[in-house]
Each structure stands twice: as structure tokens, then as C-alpha cells.
Write a protein that binds this ligand. Structure first.
Ligand code: G4P
Length: 524
């Protein structure tokens, strides 16, 4: 059946990493494989502004960054690839986390010279929370980095996931000879400059040349160790997100990237059934359905329109289809739909499970909304609330505008642009965000859309913990460990730092504190 065939071809994933680990460089190589771009440097140009073809928000232009993640789709081999970008640098925001709810697997890039870095840890936690399969690419082997065995144990210890090296580097930096592919038992020789030679272990000439090389001899011991004491490969464990296949390589010299990509596509799963309030819905269900995971406001300031990003979960989408928004039971005709291909947006006629489409939003969608073409009004599992890290008190500059101020906050919070908290005793407004950009966008949109100027008072980096009960003695808290309520009236403590959190936990053992990263959908 055509639908089944299209589903099995789909590979929808995101690349997560800490800034500078090589995400742009690797993405560019994947786009080259997919013939999406012809020259290296096209994607990199983004940083120098050459990529700015869109007329998105002014703030985006000013900062030279992309406010929300884009999607890159292309056919490759027998697959259809959807790469969802997870904005990293200053544009890190809740959207970055939410993007991970729309993918079926994740590629995690680690810089061999740095190891596991903070932003990777945060994004990884979201993957863990969702049970998303994770494939690791350890980058920059052309430079002197940490020892491969140390990198593996760092991944296992810091991230708490088992690892299985798919290939093994023979030397690194100046002594980098190449990679030993454990699966095909072949050696891929590193020649620098986008050239690689695959040498079979049975190759007589090669045996003389490489096997007697001192660097190879050193590595043989390591290989033996991982063969004997390392984890077993289990596709089941990979698909459950419990074991990460690890690939070494160098994105910049395009070394080990193609083998990585081919193996990744082979083992990464196609779209799977997704949870709803009525049980799981299979992607091959004949009715089209999907959910909104992101809303992009003001993509075109002249029209003030919004685009809702929809992840197709079942059935076949056709442009102009009549669908229902299950939250309001409202019927909608999806005439204006777009798909994303690198920088260009073009109209999409059909889409299948795993695909992401952008639908025109006349202010009617909310993040997490379910849309279906069938008669069954089920709802996809609610998107989790992600813990913010930055907090600011917010007030209106001109009190005469209090009404618009409240309306603006209410709408932007509902849209998921930022999180709202109220101080427990004073009821003051406190905004929480994952990245600074969210505050900038909030401030900009309050002015542009509600004509309200806001004043921030910085509360800084905080460690939020939700309290498991509805009541707590407010006297236990002060401005350092601030007691607040979230928009669902749940009690939250904004701890000054990890130390303050541990101190409090030690003293108040009866109060159960919840880290939203650790659990899924607390009291939803
Ligand atoms: P990001 O998107 O994750 O932030 O990283 P990006 O690809 O922009 O790479 C960050 C830096 O690391 C870039 O250097 C890039 O050239 C370099 N890089 C990426 N992959 C490799 C690799 O395999 N080996 C080595 N040695 N370097 C790599 P830059 O100096 O910041 O930029 P540029 O001047 O090279 O453009």
C-alpha cells in the first residue's frame, strides 16, 4: 500500500549539540548528500547573514538569527529525510525543546575535544523523557581530543545511557589514520580533504601497511577491550533510547559522515504509533491527523499572520482537506499549507506521517492542538511543560495600559511563547524562559501587537522545582528561594542555585520537590 510505503521511508529527526560542536557543518554534509545544496558553505553563510532570505520578525533580522527552527526535507537513497533544526546559540528557547516532541529520533553531536557539554545535557534530558532513540556522532577527530574510551564513559556517566561504538578511531589529530568499522570489519583510511579509502581487512597490501603501524597497534588493545567488555548491540535497546550507537568522524573533512548517515537511516525508526487520550494511533490509520508543536508569529509582518507547525502523525494530508480542530471541534479547510525545504517555503500538496507542514493560523491554534480529518475527536498527548531557567519580574511601564498588558501576557503565554508565574504572596507577574531570546521576543511582541511597553526586573538563573502537594508553609521561603504559582496554580520554588536546592532538601525532607525534566507530564 502506498501509505505504508511512504511511512516506512520517513526518517524525521533533529540534530542536538552544544554550540560549535559542528551541527551546521554536519547538516551541510547531509544536505550535500541529498543534493539540496551544491557547495559547501551555503549553510554556514547563515551566520554571516547571506542566508537571510526570509522576511521574518525584525528582531530576527537585527540579531541575524533564526527565531524558530526550520525543517529541511529531501529524498535520499530509499528514504525521505526530514531534519528539524534545533536552534542553539542565543536563539535557544522552549521551541528547541518542543521540536523534540515532533521527531522520531535524534542525532547527538559531541565535540571530541570537549566531551559532553551543558546544552547537550539539557537537550538529551528531553530525549530521555520522551524515550527518543539517540545516535551519537563524535566530531572533530582530525584534532587532538579526549581519549575515545574516556568519551564513551563520559557519555555513559554524565548522560546515563549505554553506548555502543559502531566504529573506532585509529589515532586522532595528526596521528589520525582512520576508522575501523566494527560491523563490516573494514578499515576506512583518513586521507584528509574529503577523501576516504575503504580497505578490507583481507586486503594483503593493507595488512602490511596499516596493521603494523604503531598507532594501530596501540588501538588494537582498546578494540579488544570494547569487543570483550563493551555493551552488546541491541536494536531494541536503540529504539527504546536506552543504548546509543556511537560513530566517530570529522564533519569538516566529510570523514565517516556518509557511513554514519547510511547506518543511522537504517536503524532509526520510521514514524511510530503516537499516544492519544483514546490509546495509540497508528501512522497507517486511514484518517489524517497531526499535532501543532510550534507557532511562528509574524513570519510576514505586513500580514501579521502566523504559521502553525504541524507534525503529521497518521494518514495522508492533502491540500485543501477539511479537518477538525479537536479542542474546539471547529471545521477548517487547510488550503494554505507549506512545506519547508532548506530556506524556501513552498506549497505542499500531500504529506505523510513524519512530515512537518506549516499551516496558516488566523490566531486559532494553540501549541499541542490536535487536527484530524476523521470523525473521531481524539487528542494527542499533551506536550510537556519544560522547566525554564531564566526568570524576570515584569510590569507595565504605563499603568493606564494594564488591560492590554494582561491581555498580551495571557495570549503570549497561551501560545507558549513564554511561561507565566505569580509570586505566591504578592501575586506579581514573573516570566520564565529557557533562553534570553524568549524575553526579547516577548518584549517586542508586547510593543508591536499590544502597544504595551514592559519593564523587567531580573531574577536571574534559577532552579525551579514543583512542589508535589497543594499546600506548603510559605514562611519557609524568601526572595532567594522564591515561592511562586505556575499558570495551573501549582506551587513552584525558584531556588537561587543547586546548592540552595540541596540545602533545602536536606532540611525539609517531607516536602517532595519535582524536577520537570525527570518526569513526564506531571499532573497534566
Ligand atoms: P555549530 O553549528 O554546532 O555551532 O558548529 P559549526 O558547524 O558552526 O562548527 C563550529 C566550528 O567547528 C567551525 O569552526 C567549524 O568549521 C568547526 N568544525 C566543524 N566540524 C569540524 C571537524 O570535524 N573538525 C574540525 N577541526 N573543526 C570542525 P569556526 O572556526 O567557528 O568557523 P569557520 O571559520 O571554520 O567557518
Amino acid at each position: 500500500m502506498n501509505l505504508e510505503h511512504e511511512i516506512n521511508k520517513r526518517r524525521t529527526f533533529a540534530i542536538i549539540s552544544h554550540p560549535d560542536a559542528g551541527k551546521t557543518t554536519l547538516t551541510e554534509k547531509l544536505l550535500l548528500f541529498g543534493n539540496i545544496i551544491r557547495n559547501a558553505g551555503t549553510v554556514k553563510g547563515k551566520k554571516s547573514g547571506k542566508f537571510a532570505t526570509s522576511d521574518w520578525m525584525e528582531i530576527e533580522k537585527k540579531r541575524g538569527i533564526s527565531v524558530t527552527s526550520s525543517v529541511m526535507s529531501f529524498p535520499y537513497d530509499n528514504y525521505y529525510v526530514n531534519i528539524l533544526d534545533t536552534p542553539g546559540h542565543e536563539d535557544f528557547s522552549e521551541d528547541t525543546y518542543r521540536t523534540l516532541t515532533a521527531v522520531d529520533s535524534v542525532v547527538m553531536i559531541i565535540d571530541a575535544t570537549k566531551g559532553v557539554e551543558p546544552q547537550t545535557i539539557k537537550l538529551f534530558k528531553v530525549c530521555r523523557m520522551r524515550g527518543i532513540p539517540i545516535f551519537t556522532f563524535i566530531n572533530k577527530l582530525d584534532r587532538e581530543g579526549k581519549e575515545p574510551l574516556d568519551l564513551l564513559s563520559e557519555i555513559e556517566e554524565v548522560l546515563g545511557i549505554e553506548s555502543y561504538p559502531m566504529n573506532w578511531p585509529i589515532g586522532m589529530g595528526k596521528r589520525f589514520l582512520g576508522l575501523y568499522d566494527r560491523y563490516s570489519k573494514q578499515f576506512i583510511q583518513y586521507k584528509g580533504n574529503e577523501e576516504e579509502a575503504i580497505l578490507s581487512f583481507d586486503d594483503k597490501a593493507y595488512v602490511e601497511d596499516i596493521k603494523n603501524h604503531p598507532t594501530f597497534k596501540e588501538t588494537e588493545e582498546e578494540l579488544e577491550l570494547i569487543n570483550q567488555a563493551g555493551n552488546e548491540f541491541s536494536i531494541d535497546a536503540v529504539q527504546k533510547g536506552e543504548l546509543t550507537p556511537v560513530f566517530f568522524g570529522s564533519a569538516i573533512s566529510n570523514f565517516g559522515v556518509q557511513t554514519f548517515f547510511d547506518t543511522f537511516l537504517q536503524f532509526a525508526s520510521p514514524p511510530k504509533p503516537r499516544k492519544t487520550n483514546e490509546g495509540y494511533v497508528n501512522p497507517n490509520h486511514p484518517d489524517f491527523s497531526g499535532f501543532v508543536f510550534k507557532i511562528q508569529a509574524n513570519m510576514n509582518p505586513a500580514h501579521r499572520d502566523r504559521i502553525a507547525f504541524l507534525r503529521v502523525c497518521s494518514g495522508q494530508f492533502e491540500r485543501g482537506a477539511s479537518v477538525t480542530l479537536t479542542r474546539t471541534q471547529k471545521k477548517i479547510k487547510l488550503a494554505q499549507s507549506q512545506q519547508f525545504l532548506a530556506s524556501d517555503r513552498e506549497t505542499v500538496e500531500v504529506a505523510y506521517p513524519g512530515d512537518i507542514i506549516g499551516i496558516y493560523d488566523p490566531n486559532q491554534y494553540q501549541i499541542g492542538d490536535t487536527i484530524t480529518g476523521g470523525a473521531d475527536m481524539f487528542v494527542y498527548e499533551e506536550l510537556p511543560q519544560f522547566p525554564p531557567e531564566l526568570f524576570k519580574k515584569v510590569t507595565v511601564k504605563n499603568v493606564m495600559k494594564s488591560k492590554q498588558f494582561k491581555k498580551g501576557i495571557e495570549q503570549l503565554v497561551q501560545e507558549g511563547a513564554i511561561q507565566l508565574f505569580r509570586q505566591y504572596t504578592t501575586d506579581e507577574y514573573i516570566l520564565g524562559a529557557v533562553g534570553q531570546l524568549q524575553f526579547d521576543v516577548f518584549e517586542y511582541r508586547m510593543k508591536a501587537e499590544y502597544n504595551v511597553e514592559v519593564v523587567f526586573q531580573i531574577l536571574g538563573d534559577r532552579v525551579p522545582r514543583w512542589i508535589a502537594t497543594d499546600k506548603v508553609d510559605a514562611r519557609l521561603f524568601d526572595s532567594r528561594n522564591l515561592l511562586v504559582k505556575d499558570r495551573h496554580e501549582r506551587l513552584v520554588v525558584l531556588f537561587e542555585n543547586d546548592f540552595a536546592l540541596r540545602w533545602f532538601q536536606d532540611k525539609q525532607k517531607d516536602i517532595q520537590l519535582i524536577d520537570l525534566f525527570e518526569i513526564n507530564n506531571y499532573k497534566n
